[in-house]
Design a protein around this ligand. Structure first.
Ligand code: SF4
Length: 63
């Protein structure tokens, strides 16, 4: 599953990072960085929590 970020919606608050720190990181420039392009083994629940927790609905998965 590919992780898709709608950069126009992302406000870089980092809630996704707090829920799935192995996958999402807001860098020093306030830019969201994907540490993995696809959902890593064993982290599906964390990524889904991050998607659900994103206040701007900027995250989704694609097959
Ligand atoms: S939680 Fe959503 S808006 Fe916040 S940094 Fe992550 S993708 Fe962007």
């Amino acid at each position: 599953m590919e992780i898709i970020v709608d950069r126009a919606k992302c406000t870089s608050l980092g809630i996704c990072e707090s829920l799935a720190p192995d996958v999402f990181e807001v860098d020093d420039n306030g830019e969201l960085v994907l540490k993995a392009a696809t959902v890593p083994d064993g982290l599906r629940d964390d990524v889904e929590a991050a998607i659900a927790g994103c206040p701007t609905e900027a995250l989704r998965l694609r097959d």
